[in-house]
Ligand binder design. Sequence first.
Ligand code: HEC
Ligand code: HEC
Ligand code: HEC
Ligand code: HEC
Ligand code: HEC
Length: 649
Amino acid sequence: MELKGAFVGLSCLLCLSSLAEKPSPGLGVNYSSAGAKIVADHAAAQNVALHVPAGESPSPFLPGGKFTATWTGFLSADLRSDFQFQADLNGALKLEVNGVPVLETVGTNSTSALSQPIRLNKGTNLFSATFSSPDSGNAFLRLQWQPKGGFAQPIPHGAFTHVPNAEESAGQILRHGRDLFVEHRCAKCHAGPDSGMPELAMDAPSFDDIGSRRNAEWIARWILNPKEHRAAAQMPKIFGGDSAQANSEAIATYLASLKGNVSNDAPKLALDKSDAGKKLFETLHCAACHNAPDSSDVAASRISLKEAGQKFSPASLADFLKRPDLHYAWIKMPRFKLSDEQRAGLVAYLISNGNKPLASLVSTGPEAAERGKTLLQNSGCLNCHAMKLENKFTAKGLAQISNWKSGCLAEGATGNSKAPQFNFSTEERTALQLFAATDRASLARHVPAEFAERQSRDLNCAECHGKIEGIPQFDILGGKLKPEWAGKFIAGEVDEKPRPWLESQMPAFPKRARLLAEGLAQQHGYPATSVSASPHADLVEVGRNLVSAPPAGFSCISCHTVGNVGATQVFEAPGINLAKSGERLLPGYFKRWLRNPPLVDSMTKMPVYFDDEGKSPLADVLEGSAEKQIDAIWEYLRLGDKMPAPKLD
Ligand code: HEC
Ligand code: HEC
Ligand code: HEC
Ligand code: HEC
Ligand code: HEC
């Protein structure tokens, strides 16, 4: 997008018109490149933070290199009060509140001084922040505020609102089009850039041994019209006209002949386990993404499981639940840790509440199979589905496409064209066309923070996080967890449950895990690889005492397990094993949390140990300073496996 003076910033026209409209969460952000040709892009942001590796871009619609980012909107305070601001940054920052300059600073991987206190009105205050990237090094910014009598901390996301302008809506439509383009795998047929957006590498289910894993009757129906089975299907309809049914059946016959060794460890189907399966379906919150097969509460946005018994045999369904991604690495169905008995229960529940088995295929036999094989090679199936079979299908390269209103984007049926049918809505077609009208260089750019935003939305993270009691808050995770640990955890590679008392579990998304964790960190202004300060061995013993039983310590061990030492009074409010803190938590989060846990999570039962002024009740230890005592506890806990055990009395 060209910047044609269209960027209005905070002109009063905007502030007047905005009063009438309902504000959206977060701030509006305008990115512009500082290169010879100025390019700009608009988006929404949840907070004033970014982390952009040197030479990269904060937005997929900008070339890499020097840039500015300007956030605008409103900042709300609960009460009329004084606040100071502070930033961790590499780059330059200008902050204005209610039109008054508040903080102007240039930082080189440093923390700015606190600003002068400024009075925020109860309700909304006009807010704008402009960041310019540094000449060298990674660009980053984390803005914090310090309430009167408090300490510096991230501004809660809920405090920001803004009224989206036309440029932001345009930026959103382009992002939607770009997302549809990769999700539907357009580039598998219309070759373009092959690296950049991680989604360009997305596969489709493998046909290896598919005859042993899926029922032929279902395969035929699916090929005939995927969207009829699942509104969110990404696979297009390939065949139209009179021969569609016979073609689909022929391919299904061929695919059904591809049999192989299938594991025999599938549990026996015992339909009496259905009740246990139903209960498990509820405790694991499968309904975050699925309609329960026996429920009348059906949403089109969730995937139906009514066809499970038509698609799978009981044994292959049990196999699927063990490793959904075994034959389809980028599948959106996550992996749960399930025992054989649990899988048997789920299978019983799904099959006994599903649709009746499908009628047999009409055209089967070796001739149909041979015809199916030829169709498979000539119909574009193998552009998306990898298989050791020659692919004889070709389509124009992306750069050769001339008419973005025809072929796959034609309105209505495509007639005799070879083009597949995606059945896009008018809105989706428009988004794809507007995206196509850009130079499409954004396909070759990977912006981790935006990857995390797209994927958290597509994978329904917020259907569990923030909705179900006991599951941790989502919007703070990037500023809380070390990306290395979060990546391993989301991949399902951490054996122990952080919260063993929860009946539910975090399901694993192995293919996207590390990229998600990196993106979440960058959204909060942290690098994809965490940085550790050097240890202070002299503080370890002090920290150990503070964690231990009273009177020397705070008795953290009453709620928290520490290494192999179990919590002494778990019934109070179980806490996470503290020996994991160093591996899990960003040090800044640890310090913020201990200073005042309810400020981070208003519902938490973890006590507050230090007063607003930063004084500790243990006045003799490290001058009674909260900050120093918290540092000492961190030095002790970060030893992890190597820490000496806390003292129980
Ligand atoms: C299975 C392969 C396949 C996939 C996937 C595919 N297309 Fe096509 N597309 C074709 C074929 C075949 C044509 C007919 C013209 C040709 O031979 O290239 C076509 C034609 C088009 C045309 C018209 C080209 C012109 O110059 O007239 C557009 C636009 C188009 N596709 C866009 C898309 C978009 C957008 C996507 C993703 C949502 C997509 N296609 C996915 C195979 C595919
Ligand atoms: C984060 C979202 C999510 C959660 C949570 C989830 N699923 Fe899924 N599941 C999916 C998606 C998406 C698919 C479709 C995958 C595909 O074929 O591309 C799917 C597919 C399935 C299928 C195959 C259905 C078919 O027609 O192909 C079964 C069976 C299934 N899920 C069962 C479960 C069970 C049981 C649970 C709870 C233990 C569960 N899912 C939890 C997202 C989820
Ligand atoms: C544009 C890429 C694309 C094309 C072309 C395509 N598929 Fe698919 N196919 C997918 C994706 C992606 C899925 C996973 C379900 C979904 O999200 O739609 C899928 C699912 C399937 C499944 C279900 C597999 C399972 O284990 O769940 C079968 C069978 C299948 N495709 C067969 C075919 C055949 C046969 C053709 C050609 C006539 C074809 N596909 C063309 C992308 C494609
Ligand atoms: C089916 C429900 C469900 C879905 C969907 C889900 N989560 Fe979780 N998640 C959980 C539960 C339960 C926990 C707590 C696990 C524990 O502590 O034992 C958790 C914990 C986490 C944690 C660790 C947080 C901490 O403080 O320990 C991260 C990181 C996380 N989830 C990321 C994600 C991401 C990213 C997505 C989407 C891609 C997602 N989750 C989707 C249920 C879910
Ligand atoms: C009354 C019980 C209780 C006491 C006593 C207690 N905590 Fe906690 N703590 C909790 C709870 C509850 C949580 C939140 C667990 C969650 O996120 O689900 C928590 C969370 C934490 C976390 C974040 C852990 C993580 O990995 O996400 C740290 C660090 C922590 N506490 C340290 C301490 C320290 C140090 C002390 C002693 C000074 C202490 N706690 C005393 C209940 C307690």
